[in-house]
Write a protein that binds this ligand. Structure first.
Ligand SMILES: Cc1cc2nc3c(=O)[nH]c(=O)nc-3n(C[C@H](O)[C@H](O)[C@H](O)COP(=O)(O)OP(=O)(O)OC[C@H]3O[C@@H](n4cnc5c(N)ncnc54)[C@H](O)[C@@H]3O)c2cc1C
Length: 550
C-alpha cells in the first residue's frame, strides 16, 4: 500500500493512542520501545507470538551493542545473566592452531557477552514493563497505511477480534517477513545464500577439552566451521556452518545428527553430547538482504525487517540493536518538534550503509565460512602465524566489537578543519570512552578531580559538546551557549584528558566535538569561531515545526 500524500500537516491530529506503534517484540523492537519510553514517548508494542521466542538464535552481544544497551539503562540486567567470552581456541585437523583473545578495545564492556537471545528478550520485555509499557502478545499486525500526519493499522487479536488502530509513527520490527515493509511497498533487495546451512543446538559435551569459564572453541574442517561457545547456565552452544548437500531438508537436526557433525569436525570420534538445560536444536538457511528504503514517511523499518544476512560473524541482532539505538532519539526529536523531519532520513542512510558494509565484510570471513578441501588447507596454514600477531588479534577484535564502525559518510557527520593537523575522533566515529577529568563532577560519576570514563558523562537522548577544560573560559562557554540557543538542547562538557590515550582521542585542543545523543561524533569544528556550530544545530532544527506533531 502506498503512502497517502494528501492531508493537512498543520492542524491538530488525533492518533487514537500511542505516539509510536512498534510492531514486533524481538530484541530490536524491545530496544526501540525502551529508547522511546526513556525519552518520554507513548509506545504501543504488539507481537503476533504468544510470548518471547523459544528457540536457539543469537548468543553474543558485542561491545558496541553492550554500550548501547547500557546507555539505555538495561545493560546491568543483561550482564547479570550472561558470561563474558575471554578467549577462543582455534583447532584444525585435531591440532590447536592458536587462540583469539578478546577485550582489546577501550570500552567498559570490551568483551563479548554470551547471553541467549530469548533471555535478552525476556529481560528487555521486563524492563519495558517497568517503564509502563507491556508487550501485547497474540496481536498480529495485518495492514498499515501511512499518511502525512499519522499511521493507521489493523491488528488481529488472538481471540479473533480485529482492531483498527492509529499512531503518529509505526516501526516494523517484525523480522524478515515484515508486513510493514510489504504494505509500504519497499523491496527487500538481495539474494539467497546457497551452499550454506547452519545447524545449531545447545548441549553438554563429554570431551577431552577442559571446561574453562569464558573460553570458546572454533574447529575448522573441509566444508565445515564449528563454533562452540559457553552458555551462562551450563553447557555450550554448538553452531555449525556447513555445506548444504540436501537443500530440501528442513526438519530440525536431532541431537545424534549434531553429535556426529561435532565429532567429525572436531575429530573426536568418542565425543558424547547430552541435552543442555535449554534443549534447542535448529537448522537454518539464510538470505543476504537489505530493504531499498528504511522509511516511507511515518513508517519505518528496523532490525531484520530492514536487513538480514547469514549469521556469519554473529551480528544480525547486534546491528539491529544499534539501529534501534540510532532511531529512537531521532524519532523522539522529530516527533517532539525539536528536529526537522530530515533527521529521520539520516537513520535510513546510516543504517542501510552499515548493513551493506557488514554483508560485504563478512563474505571473506574464512574463520567461519565452510571452505572446500584445498581452500581449507591453504587457509588453515596461515592461521597460526596470524594468531601469533597481536596486531591481527587487535584488528579482528575491534572489528567484531563494532566499536570501529562509524557514520563518517552520514550527512550528520561534519568536520570543519582547524589550522592544525586532523587528529582525534573524526565526525561520524563513536566518541571514544576516554579517561577524562570533568571540570564539574557529575552526580554518580566520580568526585572532584577524579578521572572517569567519558561515556559515563554522556546521556542517551542528549547532545553533548565536549571541549578542553583549559579552553573553557567564561567568554568561550557563553559564545557556545549562544550559538545553540533556540535549537536543540546541548550540554557543555569541559574535560581534561587523564592520560595519553585520552589526549589522542580528544584531538586538537583548539577543536570542539559535538556528540550525538547515541554517542557518535556529529561535528568537529574550531572552538574559536562558533559559526559552524550555530549552522550545524540550526540545520538540525530546520523544518522542525512542520514535521512535528502539533
Ligand atoms: C539460526 C539463527 C542464528 C542466529 N545467530 C545469530 C548470532 O549469532 N548473532 C546475531 O547477532 N544474530 C543472529 N541471528 C540473527 C538474529 O536472531 C536476528 O537478527 C534477530 O532476531 C533480529 O531481531 P528482530 O527484533 O529484528 O526480529 P525478530 O527477532 O525476528 O523478532 C520479530 C518479532 O516480530 C513478531 N512478528 C512477526 N510478524 C508480526 C506481525 N505481522 N505482527 C506482529 N508481530 C509480528 C515475531 O513474532 C517476533 O517476535 C540468528 C538468526 C537465526 C535464525
Amino acid at each position: 500500500m502506498e503512502r497517502d500524500r494528501g492531508g493537512d500537516t498543520t492542524g491538530p491530529v488525533e492518533h487514537g493512542g500511542a505516539d509510536v506503534c512498534v510492531v514486533g517484540a524481538g530484541p530490536v523492537g524491545l530496544t526501540l520501545a525502551i529508547g522511546l519510553r526513556r525519552l518520554g514517548l507513548g509506545v504501543r508494542i504488539v507481537d503476533a507470538a504468544p510470548e518471547t521466542k523459544r528457540e536457539a538464535r543469537a548468543l553474543v552481544l558485542w561491545a558496541r551493542a553492550r554500550e548501547a544497551l547500557h546507555s539505555l539503562g538495561v545493560g546491568a540486567a543483561l550482564d547479570a545473566h550472561g558470561v563474558e567470552l575471554s578467549a577462543v581456541t582455534v583447532h584444525a585437523r585435531g591440532r590447536r592452531l592458536g587462540e583469539l583473545t578478546t577485550g582489546w578495545a577501550h570500552s567498559a564492556f570490551a568483551r563479548p557477552l554470551n547471553i541467549e537471545q530469548h533471555v535478552i528478550e525476556r529481560l528487555l520485555a521486563a524492563e519495558l514493563a517497568g517503564l509502563g509499557t507491556r508487550v501485547e502478545w497474540n496481536t498480529e499486525l495485518t495492514d498499515v497505511k501511512v499518511h502525512d500526519d499519522r499511521a493507521e493499522f489493523t491488528l488481529r487479536h488472538g481471540d479473533g477480534r480485529v482492531e483498527s488502530g492509529g499512531a503518529a509513527w509505526i516501526v516494523g520490527c517484525e523480522g524478515t517477513r515484515s508486513t510493514v515493509r510489504d504494505r509500504l511497498g519497499i523491496a527487500f533487495e538481495g539474494r539467497r545464500r546457497t551452499g550454506l546451512q547452519v545447524v545449531q543446538g545447545n548441549a553438554v559435551p563429554t570431551w577431552p577439552l577442559a571446561g574453562e569459564p569464558g573460553r570458546g572453541h572454533i574447529f575448522l574442517a573441509p566444508r565445515r566451521a564449528l563454533l562452540v561457545f559457553p552458555l551462562p547456565d551450563g553447557g555450550y552452544r554448538f553452531f555449525c556452518f556447513r555445506d548444504d548437500p540436501d537443500p530440501a531438508l528442513g526438519s530440525p537436526p536431532t541431537l545424534d545428527e549434531l553429535r556426529d557433525l561435532v565429532a567429525e569436525t572436531a575429530r573426536m570420534p568418542g565425543l558424547r553430547l547430552a541435552p543442555a538445560p535449554s534443549r534447542w536444536l535448529n537448522r537454518a538457511r539464510f538470505s543476504d538482504r537489505v530493504a531499498a528504503r528504511l522509511r516511507s514517511g511515518r513508517g519505518l523499518l528496523a532490525g531484520d525487517a530492514a536487513h538480514a544476512w547469514a549469521p556469519v560473524g554473529g551480528h544480525g541482532m547486534n546491528v539491529g540493536v544499534l539501529g534501534a539505538h540510532n532511531l529512537a532519539w531521532k524519532l523522539a526529536a522529530v516527533h517532539r518538534g525539536e528536529a526537522g523531519d530530515a533527521l529521520l532520513d539520516t537513520y535510513d542512510a546510516e543504517q542501510r550503509l552499515l548493513a551493506l558494509r557488514y554483508i560485504r565484510e563478512m563474505r571473506p570471513n574464512f574463520m567461519e565460512l565452510p571452505l572446500p578441501p584445498l581452500g581449507h588447507r591453504a587457509f588453515t596454514a596461515t592461521v597460526p602465524a596470524a594468531l601469533a600477531r597481536p596486531g591481527f588479534q587487535r584488528r579482528l577484535d575491534l572489528r567484531l566489537s563494532d566499536l570501529v564502525r562509524h557514520h563518517r559518510d552520514s550527512p550528520l557527520s561534519v568536520r570543519v578543519p582547524t589550522a592544525g593537523r586532523a587528529s582525534g575522533a573524526r565526525a561520524g566515529d563513536r566518541m571514544p570512552d576516554a579517561s577524562v577529568v570533568p571540570a564539574e563532577p557529575r552526580p554518580g560519576a566520580g568526585g572532584p578531580g577524579e578521572a572517569v570514563r567519558l561515556h559515563r558523562l554522556l546521556a542517551y537522548g542528549t547532545w553533548t559538546l565536549v571541549l578542553r577544560a583549559d579552553r573553557a573560559d567564561a567568554v568561550t562557554l557563553g559564545a557556545l551557549r549562544a550559538a545553540c540557543a533556540g535549537t536543540v538542547a546541548v550540554r557543555l562538557l569541559p574535560v581534561t584528558p587523564a592520560d595519553a590515550r585520552a589526549e589522542a582521542a580528544l584531538g586538537d585542543p583548539a577543536e570542539l566535538r559535538l556528540v550525538r545523543p547515541d554517542g557518535y561524533v556529529g561535528l568537529v569544528a574550531p572552538l574559536g569561531g562558533v559559526e559552524p556550530l550555530r549552522a550545524y544545530v540550526a540545520a538540525l532544527a530546520t523544518g522542525a515545526r512542520a514535521a512535528a506533531r502539533p
